[in-house]
Structures are given as C-alpha cells and as structure tokens.
Write a protein that binds this ligand. Structure first.
Ligand SMILES: *Cc1c(COP(=O)(O)O)cnc(C)c1O
Length: 855
C-alpha cells in the first residue's frame, strides 16, 4: 500500500509526572542518582538500551508503563522528592559557595572554552580525560554557583564508537546523531530569536547555529555548522571530534575561538574572564583583540594588553608534539584577511604564535598563542606545573625555568558524578547527610573509620559482581559479532571471578601510557595470574585515536594475550571504553593500575575516580599520584625519577610491578580474617577513600581556580578596561616606552668580596650596582640580586633580593645596593638584574622577555 502520510507517535506524559520532561532537559539528572532511578523504575531495560538517555527514553517508553508508574505510591514519592530537590537546586542560587564568599563583587561571567565535554555517555561529545574534566568543571561551577558560561562544538558524529574485530584490530564507527535525541535547544537572544553567527573563510562565509544545553545552573553553548546554507565542505567542520586533517582542525578552531566569542556577544554576555581549557580555543584571544580594536578603537598593542588581563590558559599537554601546530601557509590562507582588522601587520600577528621547531622550520603554535595572550596560565598537577615551566621557558627569554609564571591547579573529579550511589549512601550514613558541604574539613574524614569493615567490603563485593556481569555481557556481544561457536560463547560465563584480585587498566591507548608494560616478562606474569590459591585477573579497556597506528597495535597485542590459552579468562579486554564502562570499572576493581612513562601524564583522573570508590591505586609517581600518594593509600611503581633511556625505564618499572604484586599486593589481598574479610586491605581502601575524596575533587579544584585565577583576572580585566580604557592605554604607553629603551640599560656590579671567594653560611654580603637607564627611570624597574642554588651546575632554586636605590650618580645612572645572606652551605650562582615594575603588573614575569643582566 502507498501511504499518504507517515507519523511517529510518542507517548503522552501523564499530567502528574510532566516534570520528567523538564528533568530530561537539564543535565542535572546525570549527577543525581535518584533522578536516574526514576527513569530506571519506569522501564529498566529500555533505560539501558537507550544508553540512559532520558530524552530518547521519553520518546520510546510504552504508555502503559508511564501510567502504572503514576499509580505507584513509591514511584510518586520518589518523583516528588527528586522534583523538589531539582527545583530547590535551581532556585537556591543565593546560598551557594560563590555567592557566600564573593557576594561583595559584581563580576562579569567567566567564559569557559573547551573542544569537548564529557557529561554523560548519552551525550557523546567527548573523547577522554580532557572532555570529562571539562564536564566535571562545569557541573561543579553550577554546584558552587560560579557565574560560568561554557562554549564548545556540537558534533554531528561525535567521537567514534570502538569495536574490536576478531583479529584484535580496532574498528571505528561513526554514527550520525539525531539532535532531537539530545537535551539541546536552539539558543535564543533577548528577543527570542534563534542565534546564528558567522566567520569568514577564504572567499566564503560559514554560518553557525548556536545550541544551548542546561547543565544545572550553567549554560553550555554548542556551535554547529551543519546548515543548509553552508558549502557542503563547511557543513562537515563540526562533524567529528579530533577528526580530519590540519586544515579541518584550523577551521574547527576558528569556529570555537572566533564564532564562540561572537555567539556569547549575540546572547548578551559580557565575560570578564576567558578561560581556555587547552590551546584549541586560543583564537578567541584574536577575536577579542579585534573587538577592542574595532569597537573601542584601541591600538593592536593596547588590545593585546587588554585581552591578556582577563585571559587564562590551562595547558594539559606535556609533550611538545601534542600541542596544535599549523604551518605558516595555513595561517596566511585563513587569517590573511583577518589581521588587518586587528590593525596588526603580518609579522605582529605571526609573532603571537611562532615557534621554531627542532627541524629549523617555524610553525604557528596554539599553545604559544594562548600563553602570549593570557596573563595567567596553569598546568593540571604540581608535577605538570613544573614540567610546563621547563617546556615553555623559551616563551619567557631571559628568565630561568623556575621563574616561569605557570602555576598549577591539580585536577579533580566531580564527586556526585563518580562516587557510586551505594558509597554515597554510606558516606551520608557515617559522615552525615551534609558531608558534601564539609569536604574541606579534615575532621570529617576521620569518620570514614566508622564505616564497619564488613559493610564496606559487602558494598565492594556487590560492585565487583556488577562489574563482572557487565564484563560478561560486553564480551558476549563481542564474540557473537565475531560469529564464535556456542562453546566459545558459553565460556564467557567463566570470565571474571569475583573472588580473584581484579586489576583494572582503562585509558586511551596512547603509547606513552604503556598498556603492555605488565607483559614485559610474560612468564612471570603468568605465574602471578595463574596461582590457583591466589588468582589474579586483569581488565583492559581503551580507545586508540583512529590515526594512531602504534596505539592500535598495542591494543591488538593485548587482545591476543586475552585469547592466549595460557592467559585464559585472566586477561580481559573490553571494547568501547566510555563513561558508563568507566563507572563500572572504577567502582568494581580492587586495584587501579596506571603506568605511564613519567612525566608524560599531565594529571590523569581515572585513578581519582577509582580511589574514591575504594579501588586502590597502584601507579607510577606521575601526574596527580605524585601528590596523592601518602605512603598508606596505595602503591607506587618505580621511583620519582625521569629516564632518558626508555628501555631501561620500562625494565625498572615492570620489575617494580612484578615485585610489588608478588610480595605485597597479592599477599595482602588474600590475607583473610574473620568472615573471609581482608582487614588490612580494607584499611588501605579507607585511606584511599579519605585522601582521594577529600582533595582530588572538582569543588576544591574550582575554588582554587576561582581564588588563584578567576578573581585576579577579573579584577585586572575590570581595572584595565575602566575609565574608558585609560588604564590599559597608560600601561601600554609605559610598556612601549620601556621596550624602546630597554636595550640601552647597562649594569655595572660591585661586590664587597672577591669573585669566587669562599664565604660562610649566614654571612651577610653587600652588593652594589650602577645602573644606567636612559628614558626609563627607577620607578619603572626593579633592581634585584639573584641567588641560584646549583646542583651539578644546574639551577635548582632561585631566590631574589630587591636592591635599594641609593642615589642618582649622574644623568640617567643610579646607584643601587642590596644585601644577601645565604642560609646553608653549597654552591650558588649570584647575579644582578633589572626587571620591569608597574603597579598594574599582576606578577613579576608578566612581561615576556623584558629582563636585563650585566653584559
Ligand atoms: C576519567 C576518564 C578518562 C580520563 O582518565 P585518565 O586517567 O586521564 O585516563 C578517560 N576516559 C573515560 C571514559 C573516563 O571516564
């Protein structure tokens, strides 16, 4: 029959529970498990088969199931509770941490930019750690009441779905998502009109639609180029996350950076802080320069200073090659018509990002652009802060790496998103209903000891069982797809043993993470895993980037081990690592293994998720674990050294893994007391619960961002832009004058002791210097003595002592004096130098490259 029409019928939500629709359209439900239970109670199978996506769920649920939910008293009282919680949350903005601690100020918004956001598996706009951190960041900003607005891209195909084929190769599958399945709506402006913005590419305009998604109280705006009016090529710009070639990447980054700023403006935002989470969005700094130049008539150099005041850059990549680099011809092609609008010359423009490579070629670096256009920058763990200072030292010529002004804020995870509901209940019972409001209080954490060991172990074993069930279902689906025999399928029921010590290893298959390290000595590993008295099993999961062949080979290698009869059922590899699988793994395993090649793991967050769920970390002292390990809450691999020789590092680290498994970890796990419970092991779990949850959470992280970075940047931004930009204009005028005259500075140093003399600790030394500085004057500089403590001739630490102006000795020449006292024996290097000084410089090395030493 030919139909004259085809219609889709969706269920009608009964009046009593219409709130479910509102709930489905705010990501708040993703971190409130009772809200999830509502959907699960209506139809658990459907809930799981739609990847726990409430929008799709409400399209597909059978009418009679909705009706019977309404008829259930239990359901209705849970519904009331959840809706009350939701409405209270949305209305209690005034009671949040931010409002309480920063109520005296009326700051503009904090605009947060990231290429990916991982909030839940049902909204697959993330690839891994960076995206999940961004998701946790905005959820926590919502909880704390921080006035943040977020910007990203809406990918038609998202990131790929991973299948493992029967040979162990990764297959990447891209789905075309239907946006009506997502909790997004077209963003509208003050007049209720849908918001479109555009950018110019060579010889054409690309139109961009702006979508909105609610994340609690925070709004995330997502940009979409898949519009009819665009050239078919340009419609693909927002097709896949980290897909395509360099040219695609530059276009994506123009969309997020340039169109992102334009979208916020159309929506009426006036942010005072602009936070770039990783360098992908650094073009936003250029667009802000354009605004200042075009709309407020600032010069290029004034605009650069105005932009730096409010910009913050968070770097996540300790490997130089991991940062985006564009060849100059692409910059010419895409920005040739743009820099004139900044009143910049080509050279001015290129200077913002140029970086000379080892090959001798100069490329345009997004990280350098971000650093040069941000007054403040940070790494994501203490160690990564140090690594970043060294990595980016060349952006601050003339100062030592220890002085590079890149600070750090150690990553955390959003507790409500990652702490298993059973443990959340347990924390409420023993730490108090309002424990989450007191996580900064050390006294709170001693109460973890009040959780009876039996109770904690029971929860752990329950979660382990759930993990094993998940593992079996996943492997079964994989094997059915491979067309395996009935016997091979039945064997799946033998995979996963809840009594065995279970080790989890899940992360991207990037080679530096060394997923195969534990196979360095397969015979030794076999003995550890196959001991019949004390069995051990290993679960692997992770995606390799589609362009990363070595990563895919690593995966294949592990797949082959998993099918090797001698490792039968002891090595397990799961396909399609996502947030759902992550929740099962981090709460169900006993040990969370992490063995990256130090110091390449900027932070890592999966170990934090594991640690707060009672899985004990066994990790290289890299990233967050370098701070997190306290001697009692887990184990470390290797030592806190970096190696030049990779082969040697692998050997030492793998032997360390075997030794500790054999001598400590396995024996401790199998040391059972009353009721078959490993008491000592549970003590370690408790240490982990305490030390990880109390610090490595995003509440602490967001508070640090607010105090260390957001508030000072906001303050400086407002100051610089105040009085019709008088401050930034004066500052720039001063700076330009300083730059013109800087090279004429001459320093002549006079010591009151002979050079290379041996002196005693705590003896005071006076140093005088004559400083000649035509056109500058003493108010604009600091003269200081620098004392560097040396280890094998290398600078370990640096201390500076301000010198005092004694008098003007002749025109433009001044006498300075200073005293130093060295506390301890050792080898020290001493020097005098001049650096710029201005009350509006937020920190000493704010101005890159202005530092003068004696010749
Ligand atoms: C937490 C998480 C990550 C990041 O963890 P790392 O420790 O950085 O590897 C990646 N992918 C998923 C799915 C996660 O949940």
């Amino acid at each position: 029959m030919n139909f004259i029409n085809k219609i889709t019928v969706v269920p009608k939500l009964p009046e009593e529970i219409v709130g479910l629709k509102e709930l489905s359209e705010n990501m708040w439900w993703t971190w409130n498990y009772k809200a999830q239970q509502l959907f699960k109670k209506i139809d658990e199978n459907l809930w799981n088969s739609v990847q726990r996506n409430p929008v799709v769920f409400l399209k597909k649920v059978e009418q009679k199931k909705l009706n019977s939910a309404v008829a259930s008293n239990d359901f209705m009282s849970l519904y009331q509770e959840v809706m009350n919680n939701f409405h209270n949350y949305m209305n209690e903005d005034q009671k949040t941490w931010f409002k309480k601690t920063h109520s005296h100020t009326n700051y503009g918004e904090i605009a947060y930019f990231c290429m990916e956001y991982g909030m839940h598996e049902s909204f697959p706009m993330y690839s891994g750690g960076l995206g999940i951190l961004a998701g946790d960041h905005i959820k926590s900003a919502s909880d704390l009441g921080i006035p943040l607005v977020a910007v990203g891209l809406l990918y038609r195909k998202g990131y790929f779905i991973q299948k493992i084929n029967s040979e162990g190769w990764q297959e990447s599958i891209y789905l075309d998502y239907d946006f009506s399945d997502f909790p997004i709506h077209p963003a509208v402006d003050q007049n209720g009109e849908e918001v479109y913005v555009s950018i110019t590419l060579p010889e054409r305009t690309v139109y961009i639609k702006v979508w909105e998604i609610k994340v609690g109280r925070v709004k995330l705006y997502l940009l979409d180029t898949d519009l009819l009016q665009n050239d078919p090529e340009d419609r693909k710009i927002t097709s896949t996350l980290y897909g395509g070639d360099l040219e695609m990447r530059i276009k994506q980054e123009m969309v997020i950076g340039i169109a992102g700023v334009r979208a916020l403006r159309k929506l009426g935002y006036k942010p005072s802080v602009w936070h770039m989470n990783e360098g992908h969005s650094a073009f936003l700094g250029l667009e802000r320069i354009r605004e200042f130049v075009q709309e407020y008539n600032l010069s290029f150099s004034e605009a650069v200073q105005a932009v730096r005041a409010g910009n913050i850059f968070t770097t996540h990549t300790p490997v130089p090659a991991g940062n985006d680099l564009f060849p100059i011809y692409l910059i010419d092609k895409y920005f040739g018509d743009y820099w004139p609008q900044l009143k910049a010359t080509r050279q001015d423009f290129l200077d913002l990002g140029l970086e000379k490579q080892k090959s001798g070629e100069s490329l345009f670096s997004m990280a350098i652009l971000a650093l040069k256009l941000s007054g403040r920058a940070n790494g994501v763990s203490k160690l990564h802060g140090t690594v970043s200072k060294k990595l980016w030292n060349h952006v601050w010529p003339g100062i030592e790496w220890v002085e590079v002004p890149i600070t750090y804020v150690t990553n955390g995870v959003h507790i409500n998103s990652w702490l298993n509901p059973l443990l959340q209940e347990s924390f409420k019972k023993y730490l108090g209903e309002d424990w989450m409001l007191k996580i900064d209080d050390p006294d709170l954490w001693t109460k973890i000891n009040d959780i009876p060991n039996e109770e904690l172990w029971k929860i752990h074993m329950l979660l382990k069982k759930e993990l094993i069930k998940f593992v079996r279902e996943s492997i079964k689906a994989q094997r059915m797809r491979h067309g395996e025999t009935v016997e091979q399928l039945e064997e799946v029921e033998n995979i996963g043993n809840e009594e065995a010590l279970t080790i989890g290893f899940a992360r991207r298959f990037a080679t530096y993470k060394r997923a195969d390290l534990i196979f360095k000595d397969p015979e030794r590993l076999k003995k550890i895993l196959n001991n019949p008295e004390r069995p051990v099993e290993l679960i692997f999961a992770g995606k390799a980037h589609p362009a990363d062949k070595p990563g895919q080979e690593l995966m294949k290698k592990i797949y082959e081990y998993s099918r090797d009869p001698e490792f039968k059922n002891k090595i397990i590899i799961l396909e399609n690592y996502d947030m759902n699988m992550a929740r099962f793994l981090v709460s169900g395993v006993d040990i969370w293994l992490n063995n990256p090649r130090r110091p390449l793991e900027a932070s890592g967050t999966s170990g934090q998720k594991a640690g707060m769920n009672g899985a004990i970390n066994f990790s290289v002292l890299d990233g967050w674990w370098n701070e997190g390990y306290n001697g009692k809450n887990g184990w470390t691999i290797g030592d806190d050294r970096d190696y030049e020789n990779h082969e040697l590092q692998d050997k030492i680290d793998s032997v360390s893994i075997y030794n500790q498994l054999e001598k400590q970890i396995v024996p401790l796990y199998y040391e059972r007391g009353n009721g078959n419970i490993p008491q000592e092991w549970i003590e370690k779990m408790k240490e982990s619960l305490k030390s990880v949850t109390s610090f490595f959470n995003t509440y602490r992280m967001l508070k640090e961002y607010t105090q260390k970075l957001y508030m000072p940047a906001s303050e400086q931004h407002r100051n610089f832009c105040s009085n019709d930009f008088k401050v930034v204009k004066d500052f720039t005028k001063w700076l330009n004058l300083l730059k013109e005259n800087w090279n004429s500075i001459k320093i002549h140093v006079m010591f009151d002791y002979e050079k290379s003399q041996i002196i005693n600790a705590e003896e005071e030394i006076e140093i005088q210097a004559e400083i000649y500085m035509p056109g500058i004057g003493p108010d604009s500089i600091i003269a200081e003595i620098v004392v560097a403590s040396l280890q094998n001739g290398k600078i370990e630490q640096l201390k500076t002592y301000d010198m005092k102006l004694v008098k003007e000795i002749q025109k433009d020449a001044y006498l300075y004096t200073g005293k130093i006292k060295i506390e301890d024996r050792g080898e020290y290097g001493i020097n005098v130098r001049v650096t710029p000084n201005h009350p509006y410089m937020p920190h000493k090395n704010y101005l890159m490259g202005l530092v003068k030493y004696p010749e």
